[in-house]
Design a binder for this molecule. Structure first.
Ligand SMILES: N[C@@H](CCC(=O)N[C@@H](CS)C(=O)NCC(=O)O)C(=O)O
Length: 109
């Protein structure tokens, strides 16, 4: 699998997640300023045209940073960054959702 990466905040969150987990996954760089995310090559993989995305070996493309982190946590549960049981995971997801809806969403707007 490989990460479709760029320098921007959401890919950075994913890179931090990988670093904390000590995971090495190949990255393909996309230069957002040059609009690489709006070219058909990328839109065919992720019609939302946003970074990051995770392309699996069967060419399935997963987008949405939190979803990619959830997927990697399931594949590589140790060290746990999201939680080791249902309650811990629910708490982590609750805080992440609050941060996205009440903080970072406003920053982007
Ligand atoms: N909901 C997406 C948002 C991803 C996102 O907004 N990525 C930005 C970079 S941080 C992007 O690709 N912006 C370019 C664009 O929207 O055209 C996620 O959580 O991954």
């Amino acid at each position: 699998m490989k990460i479709l990466n760029s320098f921007s905040p959401n890919p950075r969150m994913l890179r931090m997640f990988l670093a904390e987990k000590n995971l090495k996954i190949d990255m393909v760089e996309h230069y957002l300023i040059a609009g690489k995310n709006q070219e058909s090559v990328y839109l065919n993989k992720n019609p939302c045209g946003q970074m990051p995305a995770l392309e699996l070996d069967d060419e399935t493309v997963l987008a949405e940073t939190v979803v990619i982190c959830d997927y990697l946590e399931e594949l590589y549960p140790t060290p746990s960054l999201i939680g080791t049981n249902a309650q811990e995971r629910a708490e982590a997801r609750m805080w992440n959702r609050r941060i996205e809806q009440k903080i970072t969403g406003n920053i982007y707007d």
